[in-house]
Design a protein around this ligand. Structure first.
Ligand code: NDP
Length: 449
């Protein structure tokens, strides 16, 4: 195992997020490898950590003033043992190959946990949609798809949204794919409801993260009723997570963006949430504007150079990180533990650094890693693919019931895997083991390809 980790680090020394994701999975699956010597003979670790295919391409586009820009596009097709590659596209200036590889790697095990037939992939670009006009975003998406379309398809690779890729971007990407291929197929998920999208897809990641939290609380005979919750982010995941916490009787105290966060001691109720949705989705403005309408709330700008994020230093019962990777550092983790937070359920992918994760496990918090807790999004994407193939759309209640059932079964799978390998109550180990075993067994069944 050490050999594999140093090999990966030597090969691509700058891909720190990818190393972090691999190290976590490898540490968890140690007992599995010890019990199954054939995995070593078949070099499953070396195979599962190497993408099946990496695509990297130029994306030229023109702004409204006629100036040409060039961004870099990525698609990492990580593993197709369980089905077509499936995973979102991220448009954010921080995107690079290491980030896309870490996301694709996590996606493989997450998709495995959903029990749906989906392999894992991820893609994106260092393009920043913030501050761009709709026309500029459209020209960028068209240029991005002018290359990507050769590599994807409803039975090959089915991208979706992620940070910076919402309904607007999916629409432009789909339109270009349709024009180039001259076919209307379910090649992307997260589509608008009027032309092939699934009900509940928009809500699924946030709702699913709360359903998972409710399952963890139920193991202690508790519910979300009356619980004070810290939430980061104010995008797709954070918004619908807030809605579901409210449905289940909890109180959301915070929301954030990359500039800072708001703290509302009275709680963010449905009217306030509707205002946040208007601010972020329609006006595309900053969370700081919340306090202009609700002056009892406090806005705090966050300096990324500070040794901790004050959002995580408030007294609360539950924490739901829903912004980005490594947003909870070791100090933030310590602050959460010190302030009595008993549950952390990750809406974002890998938002807690390894030292923070160790603290959560050591202090026996109910801690759900993103690959289990936020799998509801991709699960409903899988349901969107199923509905597209049948040319049907299921009613909202049916999709929500299926989502609940999937989150319940992911929870059960993590608990069972933990028990089988004597790491009871450790959802990180449980999720990694269950996700890993299914993928590598499928790889072994399919031979050395
Ligand atoms: P959105 O683009 O809708 O929202 C992202 C939110 O996070 C925004 O509030 C954004 O603030 C904030 N954010 C982004 N980058 C940073 C940063 N570097 N520091 C602080 N805040 C940041 O994305 P989603 O809500 O879709 O995604 C959020 C997380 O959930 C990501 O980790 C994503 O991978 C994960 N996820 C999403 C799924 C989905 O279905 N959408 C599925 C599974 C996981 P600002 O506006 O200032 O950029």
């Amino acid at each position: 195992m050490d050999e594999i980790i140093s090999l990966i680090k030597n090969k691509d020394p700058e891909q720190r997020e990818f190393h972090q994701a691999v190290e976590e999975v490898i540490a968890s699956v140690k007992p599995v490898l010890e019990r199954n010597p054939e995995y070593r003979q078949h070099a499953v670790l070396a195979r599962v950590t190497e993408p099946e295919r990496v695509l990297m391409f130029r994306v030229p586009w023109m702004d409204d003033d006629g100036q040409v820009h060039v961004n870099r596009g990525f698609r990492v097709e990580m593993n197709s043992a369980l089905g077509p590659y499936k995973g979102g596209l991220r448009f954010h200036p921080s995107v690079n190959l290491g980030i896309i590889k870490f996301l694709a790697f996590e996606q493989v095990f997450k998709n495995s946990l959903t029990t749906l037939a989906m392999g894992g992939g991820k893609g994106g670009s260092d393009f920043n949609p913030k501050g761009k006009s709709d026309d500029e975003v459209m020209r960028f998406c068209q240029s991005f798809m002018a290359e990507l379309y050769r590599h994807i398809g409803p039975n090959t690779d089915v991208p979706a949204g992620d940070i910076g890729v919402g309904a607007r971007e999916i629409g432009f990407l789909f339109g270009m794919y349709k024009k180039l291929r001259n076919e209307f197929t379910g090649v992307l998920t997260g589509k608008s409801l009027d032309w092939g999208g699934s009900l509940i897809r928009l809500e699924a990641t946030g709702y699913g993260t709360v359903y998972f939290a409710a399952e963890m609380l139920a193991t202690k005979g508790e519910t979300l009723e009356g619980k004070r919750c810290l939430v980061s982010g104010s995008g797709n995941v954070a918004q619908f997570l807030t809605e579901k916490v409210l449905d289940l009787g909890g109180k959301v105290l915070t929301l954030s963006d990359s500039s800072g966060y708001i703290y509302d001691d009275e709680g963010i109720d449905r009217d306030k949430l509707a205002y946040v949705q208007h601010l972020k989705n329609i006006m595309r403005s900053r969370i700081s504007e919340y306090t202009a309408k609700y002056p009892n709330a406090v806005y705090t700008p966050v300096d990324p150079l500070l040794d901790h994020n004050p959002l995580w230093a408030h007294k609360a019962d539950c924490a739901f990180p829903c912004a980005t990777q490594n947003e909870i550092n070791a100090q933030d983790g310590q602050n959460l533990v010190n302030n009595g937070v008993g549950l952390v359920s990750e809406g974002a992918n890998m938002p807690s650094v390894p030292d923070a994760v160790d603290l959560f496990v050591e202090h026996r918090l109910l801690y759900a890693p993103g690959k289990a807790a936020n799998a509801g999004g991709v699960a409903v994407s899988g349901l969107e693919m199923a509905q597209n193939s049948m040319r049907l759309s299921w009613p909202r209640e049916e999709v929500d019931e299926r989502l609940k059932h999937i989150m319940k079964s992911i929870h059960r799978t993590c608990v069972d895997a933990g028990e089988m390998y004597n790491v009871q109550g450790n959802y990180v180990a449980g999720a990694n083991i269950a996700g890993f075993v299914k993928v590598v067994n499928a790889m072994l069944d399919q031979g050395l390809v």
